[in-house]
Design a protein around this ligand. Structure first.
Ligand SMILES: Cc1cc2nc3c(=O)[nH]c(=O)nc-3n(C[C@H](O)[C@H](O)[C@H](O)COP(=O)(O)OP(=O)(O)OC[C@H]3O[C@@H](n4cnc5c(N)ncnc54)[C@H](O)[C@@H]3O)c2cc1C
Length: 435
């Protein structure tokens, strides 16, 4: 099969020499084995939700759409094995049916499990971790077509590298996940001022709440806050009424927001007054629902995004500098800046490796050039040893990244061992890992 591939944002295009839709592990192995004698490189493709060209290939694109669903469940240990192509929106209800859940999730569920793991996809929670920290084992198809199982006990170096593997080590076909009992989240959304958040309220909220995040509306001092906490066991579920969920999450957050962005792209001078209007319209709401329903929402307005992980204590300085830059420049920013938190972890290429982290993410509507805004933000994050999300727009190279990750060279050593000929390479991996 041939054809053009593009990512969700429509900013990365590719024309792979061949696209294989794998229905089995054997299909993946044979795609790798057949590519090598033809001198083609191989790339697993997930749901295409990365903003970077991390999934782009002109060789063989292997889609794992057919490799979905659970393969095993150990209920007493709360461990499951999952085929790597399973989309998160299928995984979450499947876990729920077993009385299980992932401890933390990002804010959408359209990604494939393997794609989400490969780039270090994360949500928020000052005492919590990203999705990759729940992985206890991975099965990979290697560059010679062989299969390898890795875990903390078997092939531990491969395991540490492959949990956030950038698609550079092999094609993951199955993952083992340590789940937690299914839980309800009590969501409390409200509004506040950026000034109050910068004065320490954000850091306190990140400590006090299970999952705290905020959205700052540039050109204003307003923020929207989301405080999600685990409900007591047996607490009743109190989801939003269907009409309210539709009004807030579909009509306002998507349809009306699309309109605002179109107007802003057409007449940038209207963006600041529109931002002030939107910020004034922020209202609070409270509900209790299944964790994955609270974590994930629908995002239909296309955008591009750049996100950096910075040491948590730097978040105030980063936001102040960003606000000053926006105020001092003739730039129209129609998307809120998203701020999230994670505890430090031990996954080698996790953006939260070894330090309690704050994530600051800037976005621009897909029809607007993000250039100067993103460049200014990257410079600010760079002053705080910022680590870019592997799947979101950035310009850093291996030379910039190596000093920011204590285990960077260990990762590259595993890559050299597993894929010396760079069968799984592409231009993006050359940029961030070196040749
Ligand atoms: C609207 C939107 C919201 C988002 N929200 C968040 C968020 O809340 N938090 C966050 O951290 N990120 C977020 N992201 C980024 C997103 O989670 C990541 O870019 C993620 O990698 C996308 O997964 P995917 O399945 O689309 O993978 P793709 O983008 O298709 O691929 C990503 C990488 O995974 C590799 N890969 C895919 N399958 C395999 C496999 N089987 N074996 C080995 N490698 C594989 C690919 O080769 C590529 O290197 C968001 C993106 C969008 C568009």
């Amino acid at each position: 099969m041939t054809g053009t591939w593009r990512n969700w944002a429509g900013t990365v295009h590719a024309r792979p020499a061949e696209t294989v839709v794998a229905m089995s592990v054997e299909d993946v192995r044979s795609a790798v084995e057949r590519a090598r004698p033809r001198g083609l490189r191989v790339k697993a493709v997930g749901a295409g939700h990365s903003f970077t060209p991390i999934a782009r290939t002109d060789g063989v694109a292997v889609r794992l759409d057919g490799l979905r669903g659970l393969t095993a469940a150990d209920l007493p240990e709360r461990r499951v094995r999952v085929r790597a192509g399973t989309p998160l929106h299928e995984l979450n209800p499947a876990l729920q049916a077993l009385g299980l859940a992932l401890p933390n999730l990002g804010d959408i569920d359209r990604q494939s499990l393997a794609g989400a793991l490969a780039t270090g996809t994360h949500g928020t929670g000052g005492r919590r971790h990203g999705i990759a920290s729940a992985v206890t084992g991975l099965r990979l198809v290697l560059a010679d077509g062989s299969l390898l199982w890795c875990s903390a006990e078997e092939e531990p170096a491969v395991f540490e590298a492959a949990r956030v593997g950038l698609g550079a080590l092999g094609i993951v076909v199955e993952a083992e996940l340590q789940c937690v009992p299914a839980f309800l989240l009590r969501a409390r959304e409200g509004s506040d001022t950026l000034s109050a958040m910068l004065d320490g309220a954000a850091l306190r909220a990140a400590e006090e709440h299970d999952h705290f995040e905020l959205y700052w509306f540039p050109h204003t001092d307003r923020v929207q806050t989301k405080r999600n906490d685990r409900a007591a066991p047996h607490a009743p579920r109190r989801p939003l009424p269907a009409w309210r969920a539709w009004l807030d999450d579909e009509l306002l957050a998507n349809d009306a927001f699309e309109l605002v962005n179109r107007i802003g792209a057409w007449r940038p001078r209207l963006v600041p007054p529109l931002a002030r209007l939107s910020a004034r319209a922020l209202s609070g709401r409270e509900f209790v629902d299944h964790s994955w329903r609270v974590f994930c929402s629908s995002r239909r307005v296309r955008f591009v995004e750049c996100e950096y992980a910075v040491p948590r204590a730097s978040v105030g300085e980063v936001l102040r500098a960003l606000r000053d830059w926006v105020d001092a420049h003739d730039v129209a920013v129609s998307f809120p800046v998203e701020v999230r938190f994670l505890a430090g972890d031990d996954v080698w290429l996790s953006t939260a490796h070894g330090r309690d982290t704050a994530y600051v993410a800037v976005h621009q509507y897909h029809r607007v050039d993000p250039g100067p805004y993103f460049a200014a933000f990257e410079a600010i994050a760079g002053e705080h040893e910022g680590r870019p999300h592997w799947g979101k727009v950035h310009t850093l190279t291996a030379d910039d990244l190596a000093p920011r990750y204590a285990r960077f060279d260990d990762f590259r050593a595993v890559r050299d061992r597993l894929d010396p000929d760079r069968v799984f390479g592409n231009r993006y991996l050359e940029q961030v890992l070196g040749a």
